[in-house]
Design a protein around this ligand. Sequence first.
Ligand code: AMP
Length: 419
Amino acid sequence: MKFTDFNLATPLMEGINAMGYESPSPIQEQAIPLIIEGHDLIGCAQTGTGKTAAFLLPIMHRILKEGSSHTGTKALIIAPTRELAIQIDQQLEGFGYFAGISSLAVYGGGSGILFEQEKKALQSGADIIVATPGRLLSHLSLGYVDFSNLLFLVLDEADRMLDMGFLPDITRILSHIPKTGQILLFSATMPDAIRSLSKQILKQPRQINLAVSTPARHVLQAAYLVYDQQKIELIQHLITNRDLPLILIFAGTKNSVKDIEKALRKLRLNVEAIHSDLEQEQRIKVMNNFKNRQIQLLVATDIVSRGIDVDDISLVINYNVPGDAEDYIHRVGRTARAEKTGLAITFINEKEWTTFKRIEELIQSEIRKMPLPESLGQGPSIEELEAKTKRRNKRFGKSKGAARTAGRHQKPRTRPRKG
Ligand code: AMP
């Protein structure tokens, strides 16, 4: 299939060509015609599949078709994090370069001057607004935002928004939006809460499912069994004398992100970190430095993992096993984007074996365990960890299957609420 098959408006096609897109990705093939036909949509797809263009292109096409007869803001896109809002806005700018569609990203942080600028742009009715829920609500509550002409509402990464506690905010935002518009909901996973939200707000939605539970096809995955105190040295070993221009390291909490950055800096590596303690301007600066290859290693928390849209990441390192198996897919999805080959390496410590096994179950494949380099000494052994798990299950009188299910409920989610 080709982009020309969608009969998109000419200035949009020029934008697509300028962005260097040659053919639509599977989600684009499925979603674009459905959205053009006017359907509400549930898109079950992870970042890295091209879902942003899958909703942006038909929205922009409709806006161009409506022309000047339809005034005010026509589309509202809500995303969980600033980073994702910025990424969406950047793609918007790319596609819209020749189309003259105005857009505005409203994502919080920054100074009072920025708030005033956002206010002015909101009052003037930018065609498309990309916003994080909290910041948008601050503006909505002041009464000058008019969404009465809205044609589209997009809820992007709905599962993450729910995880971050944004459901009440979303509900309040929905009360400002006309019921007549098209709603497009994208989510990497479909927990019950998302299903019931969709039932409440979507009208006879079409659903698209893109295999959620497997990382992008081209990612080579491997893992090391390693004690915490061996991890920094292992990173050094993995990257020394290798041509790896862009390396992304994920850690579970912002404190460990800071510790890792410090330790790697001591080794004189070219590293920076991104986490929620940084001001928004600093985050953008770090991200740009990474994109421009001025830094080789970026250490980040999960919260930012979905918003990182950097091409050619050569290696993703999971410094810890993510507590939520879906997060693994998101972290690993930062490499091998858009059909390129990437490498993802996970560090498993002696406490994370069961969590790691759940990830293998979810992706339905066994990830190759690599031997530690000799200079690092011994790490935990698989046999030891298997035996430990068996002993524990026996102690609690669980069968294999029951142990797995029980473990899932007992283990607190380690995903940080604030990254
Ligand atoms: P997304 O899943 O929307 O975050 O997109 C993932 C990455 O793939 C982004 O860098 C997009 O610019 C890129 N991308 C999306 N669709 C295409 C396409 N049809 N051809 C080439 N690159 C694409």
